[in-house]
Design a protein around this ligand. Structure first.
Ligand code: 5GP
Length: 236
């Protein structure tokens, strides 16, 4: 597999073409960003930890029947993935109220949500990823009615799989963001699943072990990601 040109540089990952037109290489960098890229810092080992964390989770999801773009780990910081036609919306499931939901709705922080709730956001940093609904997605043609239904179904299926996985490791899966894309007529989970895009709290102490440590300047960001990885049994 030959790594060719850089196709795109995101806030924490870079995407490269390969000599196979159906495959891309994701490079997880040490960059850590928050607030739509306003705060960016380099954190040692973060790219490696997230790459291996993501590989572990994607393989668990694939084994449980979720189609994902993940093919294989290539190195400490690189993974081989299918080239998807990405849908520019974010799918968020919340098991516990916190973050933007608390600011937006004025609800109490830390409430268990039964049932878990689902939100769509438009991927647009300049607009600060505004919340959108099913009709925006369909009316503007960002995805079809079937694709909207499939994104919701798969995102909730991921919740069932990962809530249990994290619970067994003594962690609460508070909320998370997924992104999907099209691959040969099928909707497939893309992007990444790492502590950068989910919230994980210790089950006993409710200590934050995710990117909120960076957003809120709590320190020990990568150390917390590594602690989560160790609890799950990720080979770092
Ligand atoms: P909130 O809407 O509370 O800011 O985020 C809800 C969940 O989705 C959190 O786990 C958060 O990390 C994730 N999330 C929302 N938007 C983004 C985003 O643009 N990038 C990343 N990496 N995660 C996001």
């Amino acid at each position: 597999m030959q790594k060719l040109d850089e196709l795109y540089a995101g806030k924490a990952k870079s995407v490269f073409t390969t000599d196979d037109e159906n495959l891309l290489i994701l490079e997880f960098r040490d960059d850590t960003s928050a607030f739509d890229g306003e705060k960016i810092v380099q954190l040692d080992r973060k790219g490696m930890v997230n790459n291996k964390f993501n590989a572990f989770i994607m393989q668990k999801l694939e084994a449980a029947g979720i189609p994902t773009h993940f093919e294989k780990l290539l190195s400490d910081n690189e993974a081989l993935v299918k080239k998807l036609d990405m849908i520019a919306v974010e799918c968020v499931v919340r098991n516990i109220s916190t973050g933007s939901m608390v600011k937006r709705l004025g609800v109490e922080d830390g409430l268990t949500l039964n049932p878990p709730t689902f939100e769509f956001f438009l991927k647009n940093d300049a607009l600060h990823d505004p919340m959108i609904n099913d009709y925006h997605i369909r009316s503007f043609g960002w995805a079809s009615e079937d694709e909207v239904a499939t994104m919701k179904r798969l995102t909730f299926q991921v919740n069932d799989i990962l809530k249990k996985l994290f619970d067994d490791a003594g962690l609460l899966l508070v909320d998370y963001k997924l992104e999907f894309g099209r691959y040969q007529g099928e909707l497939v989970l893309g992007d990444e699943f790492t502590p950068d895009g989910c919230r994980l709290w210790d089950k006993e102490t409710r200590e934050k072990m995710d990117k909120d440590r960076f957003r809120q300047d709590l320190g020990d960001v990568v150390e917390s990601y590594e602690a989560v990885a160790r609890r799950l049994g990720v080979d770092l």
